[in-house]
Design a protein around this ligand. Structure first.
Ligand SMILES: *Cc1c(COP(=O)(O)O)cnc(C)c1O
Length: 398
């Protein structure tokens, strides 16, 4: 008997996916090709900061598509200039380089730090990163990541990324040598299960790097663009890093990411950095529409309020079911399940029409759209409550 090839088989089998094809999105909801509706608390892993297919992004894309797609990165274009200036005006950084993915932005941050070392620090090139950190899937960003599962893969790795422990300043100090040029971290380790750096640690790290003449690089690909209730997470700690990367939410659903640097750190020379599609007007037009919407005090306040509501609802849920802590900030939160039941909860929620994420076996991560409503949060909590009640009953029978 021969098996007819399945349409799914034409895609490389890089992850386990449910046998469902998604065809439509609107705000907090996704629909599959059978017409089933799902309430989405993943939003493409914190990508759709304004929900699925927001009108302002769709309109910006349609208008720009008719005007100009790509003149060439050898020329200036309007949307990339506008977006770069808006990012500079809303941050502590002076210059921007646009990329197509977060990993590529981090790859650029690593190159920029190494260039800085070549120019000003006798060839120092090591970048201290953190156990549990995630910076992407290019060879250098996998090497910079502190993810256990990456360790045996694709050897030999790119060298020069010694790993410190998050929230342990001494572990950073011990790794600093004449070869060190920078320290790089996610303000909240997202993929690792939402483990926040404390504001105090970020402040101490900024003081230490300044004192030792090292660059501080924040990977805000997940925490940036209002995700934690401020436009950028570093604002919570009141620090000014030298380099920041953005991705995910910056495009509101389209592939756009960015490398930002202060004048002090921005040292690329002609030939050091580039890329065919980087800064293309189509994606930058989407990014501009997103930023103009997100970077307003009223929007950021409502996202922060939604985060507080979700946090308190998760805390009540945790108390009802004897679960662990709620971690994170704003609308990047995790619930500690205390047991490795994350995958099973995600699967049950999927069949109930709610999309959740379990980055670690014993944790659920919540990253809804920043404009999620209280009703949508309440609906998700109700679904999760029922699943946890069933799981608890099953445990008592067993
Ligand atoms: C998602 C993510 C990346 C990688 O971004 P891609 O667009 O998938 O390449 C890097 N760093 C952090 C913190 C992320 O969350």
């Amino acid at each position: 008997m021969t098996n007819a090839p399945h349409p799914y088989d034409a895609l490389m089998n890089i992850t386990a996916r449910p046998p469902t094809v998604f065809v439509k999105g609107d705000g907090a909801y996704l629909w599959d090709d059978s017409g089933k509706r799902y309430l989405d608390f993943m939003q493409g892993w914190a990508v759709n900061c304004l929900g699925h297919s927001p009108t302002i992004v769709a309109d910006a894309l349609a208008a720009q598509a008719k005007l100009l797609l790509t003149p060439s990165p050898a020329f200036f274009n309007g949307p990339s200039l506008k977006l770069a200036n808006a990012l500079v005006a809303n941050s502590c950084f002076d210059q921007v380089f646009f990329t197509n993915s977060g990993a590529e932005a981090n790859e650029g941050a690593i190159k920029l730090a190494r260039k800085f070392g070549t120019l000003y620090k006798n060839g120092a090139h090591e970048i201290i990163t953190f156990v549990g950190g995630f910076h992407g899937r290019t060879l250098a960003t996998m090497s910079a990541s502190g993810k256990k599962a990456f360790e045996p893969l694709f050897e030999p790795k790119v060298s020069g990324f010694p790993k410190a422990q998050l929230n342990d300043l001494d572990s950073v100090k011990r790794l600093i040598s004449s070869k060190t040029v920078a320290v790089m971290l996610e303000p909240i380790q997202g993929e690792a299960g939402v483990w926040p750096a404390t504001d105090q640690f970020l402040q101490e790290l900024r003081a230490l790097t300044q004192e030792r003449g090292l660059l501080l690089i924040v990977d805000e690909i997940q925490t940036g663009m209002g995700r934690t209730g401020k436009l950028f997470h570093y604002e919570h700690a009141g620090i000014e890093p030298d380099i920041m990367t953005l991705g995910k939410g910056i495009g509101g659903g389209v592939p756009l990411a960015a490398l930002l640097a202060t004048e002090y750190a921005s040292c690329f020379e002609h030939g050091d950095q580039g890329g065919t599609f980087n800064g293309n007007p189509l994606m930058c037009a989407a990014g501009l529409a997103v930023l103009e919407h997100v970077a307003t005090p009223a929007f950021l306040k409502s996202a922060a309020d939604a985060g507080l509501f979700l946090e308190s609802e998760l805390q009540k849920l945790s108390a009802r079911h004897g679960l662990g802590e709620v971690r994170g900030r704003g609308l990047l939160l995790a619930l500690d399940l205390k047991l490795p039941i994350g995958a099973s909860i995600v699967a049950q929620a999927f069949s109930e029409g709610v999309l959740l994420n379990s980055p670690q076996p014993d944790a659920l991560r919540f990253m809804p759209a920043l404009n999620v409503s209280k009703e949508e949060i309440a609906d998700m909590i109700e679904c999760l409550d029922a699943i946890l009640t069933k799981a608890g009953a099953a445990r008592m029978v067993a």
